[in-house]
Design a protein around this ligand. Structure first.
Ligand code: ARG
Length: 270
């Protein structure tokens, strides 16, 4: 009788254990199982890092995460979910990795884990050629369009005040640029590479980019993981490896036509 009781107790414990295991492994492969395909989420409205081309998600980040995952021995599938949903999914562990030109910062680090940095960026100002704006200071009495929930929004809030009616926030950065084009804003503040590429590729629209190093910090992009993700160690290693073995340079050259200068990014990885 005693034995039977012990047996049922063990059985019950095993059952609870299996149940809880099911409950925590909500994602496809975040448990480190390399046979499962990892769910990678992005906001594909941020060319050239991630955007949609004939229904396909493409960009520097997409090639990069594919190379890194391959190096680490994982299969990945990238899906466009949007900027705010991306963070919700990583927090809720319905996705394994976020890649979206995401700046590593202390605020986000409270809720998420980041990989080592892989890209250097800074916010810059996009304005019409004939604009009187010369610096970040000049934005103070102007209407500025940003993507909601980005470091660009934070930077502009510091200048205009968080409650300012002159700060227009959009769900994605393309909508912010459209607002500028339509005359509803005097400037867009966003990651330099994105607005520099836009201006270069749309010369007839007569926009220019201005830099203000005093107002806008250096930023570094990282892969976003749920807090405590087991994937971080493997992906950190793989990020460094693709930077050493020429894969990163190949992808960088494909998108930016020049060789990368990785000095600052590598220094920041230490
Ligand atoms: N680097 C900025 C940030 O992390 C903007 C990134 C926006 N990315 C995007 N795919 N829309 O806040």
């Amino acid at each position: 009788m005693k034995k039977l009781k012990l047996f049922t107790t063990i059985l019950a414990a095993a059952f609870v254990f299996i149940l809880s295991a099911c409950g925590t492994s909500k994602t496809s492969g975040g448990d480190g199982d390399k046979d499962k395909t990892l769910r990678v989420v992005t906001d594909a409205a941020y060319a050239p890092f991630e955007y949609q081309d004939k229904g396909e998600v493409v960009g520097f980040d997409i090639d990069f995460i594919n190379a890194v995952a391959k190096q680490a021995g994982y299969k990945v599938k990238v899906e466009h979910v949007g900027w705010d949903p991306l963070f919700v999914e990583i927090k809720g562990k319905t996705a394994d990795i976020g890649i979206s030109a995401i700046t590593i910062n202390d605020k986000r680090k409270q809720t998420y884990d980041f990989s080592v940095p892989y890209f250097l960026s800074t916010n810059k100002i996009m304005i019409p050629k004939d604009s009187p704006i010369k610096s970040a200071e000049d934005l103070k009495d102007k209407v500025v369009a940003v993507q909601n929930g980005t470091t660009g929004q934070e930077a502009v809030e510091k200048l205009l005040g968080a409650e300012s009616k002159n700060l227009k926030k959009f769900k994605d950065n393309n909508l912010a640029i459209m607002e500028l084009k339509g005359g509803g804003a005097d400037a867009v503040v966003a990651d330099n590479t994105v607005i520099e590429e836009y201006v270069k590729n749309n010369p007839k629209e007569n926009f220019v980019i201005i830099e203000d190093e005093a107002a806008f910090d250096k930023e570094f992009y990282g892969l976003l993981f749920p807090k405590g993700s087991k994937l971080k160690a493997d992906f950190d290693k793989a990020v460094k490896e693709v930077m050493e073995n020429g894969e990163y340079a190949k992808i960088y050259k494909k998108w930016f036509k020049v060789d990368p200068d990785l000095t600052e990014v590598k220094a920041k990885q230490k």
